[in-house]
Design a binder for this molecule. Structure first.
Ligand SMILES: *Cc1c(COP(=O)(O)O)cnc(C)c1O
Length: 367
C-alpha cells in the first residue's frame, strides 16, 4: 500500500522505552493478572474521563456484556441501539439474553437518532445503548431525558471515542455506565485485546469487577456465576504509556481531518463528515460518502490507498441477526449510508504527503 489505512508502528515506537522496563519486571516477577499497573491505569483513566470508577476488562465486547448485566438486564429485556454500529453492541446484549432493538441514525452525523429511540420504547425496554460512532459523541441530552422519563438506563458504547468531548463532558462520563474497547486500532489501543467499564456508580463498578472475576471478590467465594474477563498487567502497561500521549495523538487526528476537509472540498460527489455542534471529534475513522462507492473503492485500492467501510451491512441485516426478521427499508438512513460510506486512511502519524496522495486518488476516481 502506498498509503496504509492504519499504521500503528509509529505509536509503538513512541512508547517502547516506557513499556519495556516494566514488561521486564513483570516477566521477572511473573505478576501478569491485576496488580499495580492495572490499578494505576484504572485510576488514571478514571481521572482522564472524569468518572469515579474504571474497571479494566478483557475487551470491549465483554465490557458491554458486564455493563448490561451490572445494570440488571435480564433475558427478554430490550436494549435500543443504532443499526449502524459494530456488531459487538448487539452481540453483548444477545449474550445476556436481551433483545437488541435497532433504530435508524440521523443523516448528518450517522449517529443514533433520538426520535427513532423514542419511537422504539416499549414496556420491555430496559436500556438505551447510544454509540459514539467514528469518534464523536451521540446526542446524549435528548437520550438521557427520554431515559429518565421512562426509567431506562443509558449504557454508552464508547469504543470509538477515547478522548472525545461533548458540551456535557467526555465520552464515557455521560451515561449511567459506559463500555470501551482498547483493541489495538482504537484511538487508545493495547498490544492485544483489552477494554474497560466506566461509571460514577460504586455499586455498578463493584458488580462489574465481581462478574469479571468469576463472580468472586474474595478468593474461592463465588457470589454469582460470572466470567473471566480481567485486564492483564501487560496490557495495562501499554495503556498507561499511550494514555499519556492520547491527547496529542487525538490533536494530530483533528489536524489530519482539517487537512482532508481542505483537500477534498472541491472534489465533485464527495460528502464530507460533519461534527455535531459542541462536539470535539477524535476522528477514530474519517468517513466520506460517495456515489458509486464500490467502484471508487476499487480504484483507490488499485492506486495503493488503504480504505475501509464502517460498516458494509447494518447489524439487523447481518446473517447473525436474520432471526429478528428486520424489513428492508426499516432503517432508511443507515441502509443508504451503507452503500455510500468510505473510510479514508486516518491515524495520528498520517502525513501531509500521504493525505495528498489520498486526495489525488479520490479526485482521479471521481472526475
Ligand atoms: C471495537 C468496538 C467494540 C468491541 O470491542 P472489542 O474490544 O473488539 O470487543 C464495541 N463497539 C464498538 C462501536 C466498537 O467499535
Amino acid at each position: 500500500m502506498t498509503v496504509p489505512f492504519l499504521d500503528l508502528a509509529a505509536q509503538q515506537a513512541e512508547i517502547v522505552d516506557d513499556v519495556l522496563p516494566v514488561w521486564r519486571r513483570q516477566l521477572a516477577s511473573a505478576a501478569f493478572i491485576g496488580g499495580p499497573e492495572v490499578d494505576a491505569f484504572e485510576q488514571e483513566y478514571a481521572d482522564y474521563i472524569g468518572v469515579q470508577h474504571v474497571v479494566g476488562v478483557s475487551n470491549g465486547t465483554d465490557a458491554l456484556e458486564l455493563a448490561y448485566r451490572a445494570i440488571g438486564v435480564e433475558p427478554g429485556d430490550e436494549i435500543i441501539m443504532p443499526a449502524n454500529t459494530f456488531i459487538a453492541t448487539a452481540e453483548a446484549a444477545s449474550r445476556v439474553g436481551a433483545v437488541p432493538v435497532f433504530v435508524d441514525v440521523d443523516d448528518d452525523f450517522l449517529l443514533i437518532d433520538p426520535d427513532a429511540v423514542a419511537a422504539a420504547v416499549t414496556p420491555r425496554t430496559r436500556a438505551i445503548a447510544p454509540v459514539h460512532l467514528f469518534g464523536q459523541t451521540a446526542p446524549m441530552e435528548p437520550i438521557i431525558a427520554l431515559a429518565e422519563r421512562h426509567g431506562l438506563v443509558v449504557v454508552e458504547d464508547a469504543a470509538q471515542s477515547q478522548g472525545a468531548v461533548s458540551a456535557a463532558g467526555r465520552a464515557g462520563a455521560l451515561g449511567t455506565v459506559a463500555a470501551t474497547s482498547f483493541y489495538p486500532g482504537k484511538n487508545l489501543g493495547a498490544a492485544g485485546d483489552a477494554g474497560a467499564v466506566m461509571t460514577d456508580d460504586a455499586g455498578i463498578a463493584a458488580i462489574v469487577r465481581n462478574l469479571g472475576a468469576h463472580g468472586s471478590s474474595v478468593k474461592y467465594v463465588h457470589d454469582r456465576i460470572g466470567v473471566n474477563a480481567r485486564l492483564d498487567a501487560v496490557q495495562a502497561t501499554v495503556l498507561r504509556a499511550k494514555l499519556r500521549r492520547l491527547d496529542g495523538w487525538n490533536a494530530a487526528r483533528r489536524g489530519a481531518a482539517d487537512r482532508y476537509a481542505d483537500l477534498l472540498l472541491d472534489i465533485p460527489g464527495v460528502r464530507l463528515p460533519a461534527v455535531r455542534p459542541g462536539n470535539e471529534d477524535v476522528w477514530h475513522v474519517y468517513v466520506v460518502r460517495v456515489d458509486d462507492r464500490d467502484r471508487v473503492m476499487a480504484e483507490l485500492g488499485a492506486a495503493g490507498i488503504g480504505v475501509g467501510i464502517h460498516y458494509p451491512t447494518p447489524v439487523p441485516f447481518t446473517e447473525a441477526y436474520a432471526g429478528l426478521g428486520a424489513a428492508r427499508g426499516a432503517f432508511p438512513v443507515a441502509e443508504a449510508a451503507a452503500g455510500a460510506i468510505l473510510s479514508l486512511p486516518m491515524f495520528p502519524h498520517l502525513t501531509e504527503s500521504q493525505q495528498g496522495r489520498v486526495a489525488a486518488a479520490l479526485r482521479a476516481a471521481l472526475t
